[in-house]
Design a protein around this ligand. Structure first.
Ligand code: FES
Ligand code: FES
Length: 159
């Protein structure tokens, strides 16, 4: 049975927008298929790999497990939203490159955004996390290439 389209307004990478969505549409589908933001990667599509991570009001979430309709009134940041003309790379991205923590790149958007959310929250509290805490913050992000050590090195070096 055809589903009714429902208009939702939200902010994506700093811009307010309104889109018509089916109630069953996933956030990852809204981002990749309707908004053409392909930096958000579809991996497992069942909440296990972290490749589809985006920030929702500053908190890292799996966009494959979130209904698009629930972003009404909220703010989403995808990997594309970390770039500005003045500063094409966020500090987290610079550290990922510096530490050689990017290989095929499939996991990278999710890792960068999760690290960004964790480091922003820590910096707000004036806290420098331990390496173990950094590792725990990246649980749920699978990487087939790097062996994780360089990713953790980079995520530890943003403080
Ligand atoms: S694609 Fe969403 S967690 Fe794997
Ligand atoms: S760099 Fe290839 S999956 Fe992480």
């Amino acid at each position: 049975m055809a589903q009714n389209l429902i208009p939702i307004s939200f902010t994506i990478n700093g811009e307010k927008t309104t889109h018509n969505v089916k109630p069953s549409l996933l956030l990852i589908e809204l981002l990749r298929d309707q908004l053409k933001l392909k930096g958000t990667k579809p991996g497992c599509l069942e909440g296990e790999c972290g490749a589809c991570t985006v920030l929702l009001d500053g908190t890292a979430i799996n966009s494959c497990m979130y209904l698009a309709i629930n972003v009404a009134g909220k703010t989403i940041t995808t990997i594309e939203g970390l770039s500005t003309p003045q500063k094409p790379l966020d500090l987290v991205q610079e550290k990922m490159l510096e530490h050689g923590a990017v290989q095929c790149g499939f996991c990278t958007s999710g890792v960068v955004l999760a690290t960004k959310a964790f480091s922003d929250a820590n910096k707000t509290k004036g806290k420098i996390p331990t390496r173990l805490e950094v590792k725990k913050s990246l649980e749920g992000h699978l990487c087939r290439c790097t062996g994780y050590v360089k990713i953790v090195d980079a995520a530890t070096d943003v403080y």
